[in-house]
Design a protein around this ligand. Structure first.
Ligand SMILES: C[S@@+](CC[C@H](N)C(=O)[O-])C[C@H]1O[C@@H](n2cnc3c(N)ncnc32)[C@H](O)[C@@H]1O
Length: 287
C-alpha cells in the first residue's frame, strides 16, 4: 500500500508532469500497478519519484506509464472514422491535401483505423493525407509503431479488413498492420499539457477522444482552446460522445455524438489563458 506521503507526492508530480488529476480512488489501483512492476520497495519507488521529479528520461517514462490508461480499439465509434475520412476527402478537393491528428493515439488502433478509412474513401493506397499520432506514453507509442495486435483488438474490424489490411504477425494469432496503412501515420511523443506543441500548420480533423477526462479541468480547457487554434476554420474536432466541451463550447459549433466544428470567430472568446503559436519547439526536442 502507498503511504499518504507517497500518494500525495505522486498526485503532485502527476499534475505537474502530465496534467493528469488523481483522486483517492486511484491510490489502490496505483499500488497494484507498482507491485506488479516490482518497484514497491521504498528505496526503488522513492528513487523513481526523485528521478521523475528532476526529469530523468527513464524515470519519467516509467512514472508516466504508471499513470496512463491506454485502452483503445479499432473503429471505436465507427461513424467517427467515416465522417473524418469524408471530411478529409472534401478538404483534399478544396486544398489538395488534408492533415489529421490523433491526439491520444495510445497503442495505435485509432490512427490506423483512420488510415484504413482514408484508403477506403479515396479508393487507393497513399491518399494525399497525413495523420499525426501522438501520446504522452512512450511504451504505448512503441506498441503503436510495432503495429501488431491480438484477436481481441481486431474484433471491431469490418468483414474483410483483416485480410486486406493485416499480415500474420510473428506469433500465432497476432496480426501486423500492413505498410499502406502505416505509411500515412507519423507517431510522436507529445504531452497535451505542454505549453507549446511542436505541430506547425492547421489540421482538418483532430481526434481527442478519451483523454481529456483524465486531465485537471484547467488543463482540459487549455488543451481544447489550443486545439481550436490549430483547427482549419472548417475543421472538425472529435471527442468521445460522452465527453463535453464545458466552458470552451463557444469556440465550436453545437456538436452531435462528439463531433464539433470550429467556429470561425476568435479562438480566445472564452478568456481561457492563451498559448504561444504552434510551430515552436518545446523545451523537449524529442517530442
Ligand atoms: C484511453 S486512451 C485513449 C485512446 C484512443 N484515443 C481511444 O479513444 O481509443 C488515453 C490515452 O491518453 C494518453 N494521455 C494521458 N495524458 C496525456 C497527456 N497529458 N498528453 C498526451 N496524451 C495523454 C494516455 O497515455 C493514453 O494512451
Amino acid at each position: 500500500m502507498l503511504t499518504c506521503e507517497q500518494f500525495d507526492r505522486i498526485r503532485w508530480l502527476a499534475l505537474r508532469l502530465t496534467g493528469i488529476e488523481l483522486f483517492p480512488r486511484h491510490r489502490e489501483v496505483l499500488a497494484r500497478k507498482i507491485r506488479r512492476l516490482g518497484i514497491d520497495g521504498e528505496p526503488e519507488f522513492d528513487a523513481l519519484l526523485n528521478g521523475a521529479d528532476v526529469g530523468d528520461p527513464e524515470a519519467t517514462r516509467q512514472f508516466v506509464g504508471l499513470l496512463t490508461t491506454n485502452f483503445s480499439g479499432f473503429f471505436r465509434h465507427p461513424r467517427h472514422f467515416d465522417l473524418a475520412a469524408e471530411h478529409a476527402l472534401w478538404a483534399v478537393h478544396r486544398r489538395g491535401a488534408a492533415r489529421l491528428w490523433s491526439a491520444a493515439a495510445a497503442s495505435g488502433e485509432e490512427p490506423y483505423s483512420l488510415a484504413i478509412s482514408l484508403i477506403e474513401v479515396f479508393q487507393r493506397d497513399h491518399p494525399p493525407v497525413t495523420i499525426l499520432a501522438t501520446d504522452i506514453d512512450e511504451d504505448a507509442l512503441t506498441a503503436a509503431r510495432q503495429g501488431e495486435y491480438g484477436e481481441t483488438a481486431l474484433s471491431g474490424l469490418a468483414t474483410g479488413h483483416r485480410e486486406r489490411f493485416f499480415n500474420p504477425g510473428m506469433k500465432a494469432r497476432r496480426w501486423r498492420i500492413c505498410q499502406a496503412v502505416r505509411d500515412p501515420v507519423e507517431f510522436r511523443r507529445l504531452n497535451l499539457t505542454d505549453r507549446v506543441w511542436p505541430a506547425a500548420g492547421l489540421f482538418d480533423v483532430v481526434f481527442c477522444r478519451n483523454v481529456l477526462m483524465y486531465l485537471e479541468a484547467n488543463h482540459r480547457y487549455a488543451v481544447l482552446e489550443r486545439i481550436a487554434s490549430i483547427l482549419a476554420s472548417d475543421g472538425v474536432l472529435i471527442l468521445d460522445p460522452t465527453e463535453h466541451l464545458g466552458r470552451v463550447s463557444p469556440l465550436f459549433g453545437p456538436g452531435t455524438n462528439g463531433v464539433y466544428t470550429r467556429r470561425r470567430e476568435s479562438c480566445h472568446a472564452t478568456g481561457v489563458a492563451s498559448f504561444p503559436p504552434v510551430g515552436l519547439r518545446t523545451r523537449n526536442e524529442n517530442l
